[in-house]
Write a protein that binds this ligand. Structure first.
Ligand SMILES: Cc1cc2nc3c(=O)[nH]c(=O)nc-3n(C[C@H](O)[C@H](O)[C@H](O)COP(=O)(O)OP(=O)(O)OC[C@H]3O[C@@H](n4cnc5c(N)ncnc54)[C@H](O)[C@@H]3O)c2cc1C
Length: 606
């Protein structure tokens, strides 16, 4: 077995810090899958819109639609690379910029689900404007909402909710992107201990050039077991502080061109003590929690981009004639249309299921939001790319908006956790819990007499879950008969996943942290399984209401879509899980090493 090198060990320790989920009181749906538990009942019934806020939301959406139609020229925003101030002011007036802020602080007090619907609407019309709103509300002011003191909230939220000030979230730096724990910006206490002094640079900070409020992450010295260590702390920063410099307001880029990403420099910038968000040294957790919310709303933007592309593709496939027939008659085009429609249905089901779980304050959502982001950002890009292909040469032309949609959607695979980082994160965070349980059992097995109770509990539950699978049979039994085969398939995949994870952990132990091709198969298996579960939950809800109100046609169409998605996704999961133990990974990695001119690394041996 390969062993970890010193550098890998350090990375592993850092990764553990990033992965540490805090205290998880109950396992969420996705985390449970790794243990072989299919907790479908956690996802049923499919979340319904909140009836109390529906009229207010409908009113907001109607006013927003009108505003977008008359005031927001997305093409011009893209070409001119700026969102006019009157658009930002309009968003403030409509109440969009503060819709999730509680009414006590001047906001709309809307649910997360309602916010996702607004982001969908914005993204469909102008992705740049959606990014401005998202950077402000999903991440910029979120740490203040979640971790701010009452005084901080009273001081800043009213202006932010009304759009008098914009917010930005400043984590990334020239040398630090995905490796968030390695932030170089530092904050030290002033000699008299009356304030912090922050020094460093930030880049890609969306909205920062326009913002009056910034959440800034910096390393602070923290005492831990008698040793002083660097730990990230979140600070409130305002641009009027001495030592604050805007090095560049924006850089020209591929898509979402109207949104602005600033480069900032802080030089001994004084920040009052009461501008710390949360506790000193706990900033990484603050940042990761904020990103949990951001990932869910980002997914809503992905859904709308994909839905619009699907509609355009359908329209073109029906009307464009080649070889004497509509191109939609050709099987290779039909194959795309079917795949796109399934994906859009699954992405939508997953996004609004996850948003509903957020609104329900489910205690363990970190994996659900991460999977949602990964699945939707990859899915939407694929759907839009297929739409461009179906449109042929016209798809490549500016005037139809598909090429802008493709450029705009590309960023979703990079921000708020790149696809690669999310893939690794999802696999490792899920497996971490299983590894810990197995370690506990292994330790207990050395002293079986003292640990009889623990071992017996594992034998009763853990063993049973992994080998036979545990699903609340009553939830599976309650599924509409049309869905029972898909439910049984998901139960089978859950057992297979858990057995595979156990095998991997037994075989590779902590070296698994370096084996990203194996992680990828686990993460995508889990993503597809969560998607299947979301589709089943949505279809089950539709089945119930179709019976009640006779919406038979819609139900029949969606049932076909959902079943087809489940079939395809289950086949992918089986393929991924088979690939865990039979693959060409070693050859592929050796080839990459040769091309890169690297010496082969021990830990990459799979
Ligand atoms: C338009 C835009 C808006 C943004 N807005 C904000 C914002 O508002 N606030 C903010 O703080 N940041 C923002 N960012 C920064 C964004 O979050 C980062 O770009 C992102 O986290 C990736 O970091 P990076 O660009 O440094 O890439 P890197 O981390 O250098 O990654 C480069 C490549 O290496 C891969 N990689 C890195 N580490 C691993 C690993 N462990 N395993 C496998 N592959 C790996 C990545 O997946 C990627 O493919 C924005 C960026 C852009 C482009």
């Amino acid at each position: 077995m390969v062993t970890m090198k010193q550098q890998d060990q350090e990375q592993f320790e850092k990764a553990k810090e990033l992965l540490e989920p805090g205290t998880v009181t109950e396992l969420g749906f996705v985390r449970s899958l790794y243990f072989g538990r299919l907790q479908l009942e956690r996802l049923m019934p499919y979340p319904r819109p909140d009836e109390r806020e529906e009229p207010r939301l409908a009113d907001l959406l109607a006013r927003l639609d009108e505003f977008l139609r008359t005031e927001v020229d997305a093409e011009r925003i893209d070409i001119e690379e700026r969102i006019p101030q009157r658009v930002i002011d309009g968003m403030g007036r409509l109440g969009v910029l503060g819709m999730t802020v509680p009414s006590t602080y001047g906001g709309g007090g809307f649910s997360h689900t309602a916010y996702c619907r607004v982001i969908e609407r914005l993204s469909r019309h102008c992705a740049s404007t959606a990014v401005l709103v998202g950077a402000h509300q999903s991440i910029g002011l979120k740490a203040l909402l979640l971790n701010g003191t009452e005084e901080q909230k009273r001081q800043f939220l009213p202006d932010l909710a009304a759009g008098r000030k914009l917010a930005a979230f400043c984590l990334s730096e020239p040398e630090v992107g995905s490796d968030a724990a390695n932030i170089q910006t530092r904050a030290r206490l002033s000699a008299d201990g009356t304030h912090w002094l922050i020094t460093g640079q930030k880049r890609y900070a969306t909205n920062a050039a326009l913002a009056g409020f910034m959440t800034v992450m910096a390393q602070t010295p923290v005492e831990d077991n008698g040793k002083v260590r660097d730990r990230v702390t979140a600070f409130i920063v305002t641009p009027d502080a001495p030592g604050f410099e805007l090095l560049s307001p924006n850089r020209s880029k591929c898509g979402i061109r109207g949104s602005w990403q600033a480069t900032l420099r802080f030089t001994d910038m004084p920040v009052p003590l009461d501008r710390v968000l949360g506790e000193v040294g706990h900033g990484l957790r603050v940042a990761l929690t904020v990103l949990d919310f951001g990932r869910c709303t980002l997914s809503a933007g992905c859904v709308s981009g994909a839905r619009r592309a699907l509609e355009m593709a359908v329209e073109h496939a029906r009307t464009r004639q080649q070889f004497g027939r509509a191109i939609g008659r050709f099987h290779l085009v039909q194959q795309k249309i079917a795949r796109m429609a399934e994906l859009v249905y699954a992405m939508d089901a997953m996004t609004y299921l996850t948003a509903g779980l957020v609104d329900r304050h489910d205690p363990d959502l970190v994996l659900e939001t991460a999977v949602c982001k990964l699945f939707c950002s990859e899915g939407s890009f694929r759907v839009i790319d297929d739409a461009v292909q179906i449109w042929g040469g016209e798809g490549y032309m500016r005037e139809h908006g598909l090429e802008r949609a493709l450029r705009d959607a590309r960023i979703n695979r990079i921000v708020e956790g790149t696809t690669e980082v999310m893939t690794s994160f999802i696999a490792l965070l899920g497996m971490k819990g299983v590894g810990e349980e197995l370690e506990m059992v292994a330790r207990a097995a050395h002293h079986p007499v003292e640990n009889l109770g623990r071992l017996a509990a594992f034998a009763r539950h853990g063993f049973d879950d992994v080998l036979r699978g545990h699903a609340h049979d009553h939830t599976l039994a309650q599924l509409d008969p049309e869905l029972s085969e898909q439910g049984q398939t998901l139960a089978r995949l859950t057992r297979r996943l858990a057995r595979s994870v156990d095998h991997l952990l037994a075989r590779y132990r902590q070296d698994i942290t370096q084996m990203q091709l194996l992680q990828q198969r686990i993460a995508w298996s889990v993503a597809d399984m969560y998607a299947i579960a979301a589709v089943l939950s949505r279809l089950q809800a539709q089945a119930v209401s179709a019976r009640g109100n006779g919406h038979g046609r819609e139900w029949a169409r969606d049932l076909r879509l959902g079943k087809s998605f489940c079939h395809r996704a289950a086949a992918r999961v089986d393929h991924h899980l088979s690939g865990l133990f039979h693959n060409r990974d070693r050859e592929i990695l050796a080839l990459a090493d040769a091309i890169l001119g690297f010496e082969p690394e021990g830990a990459s041996t799979q």
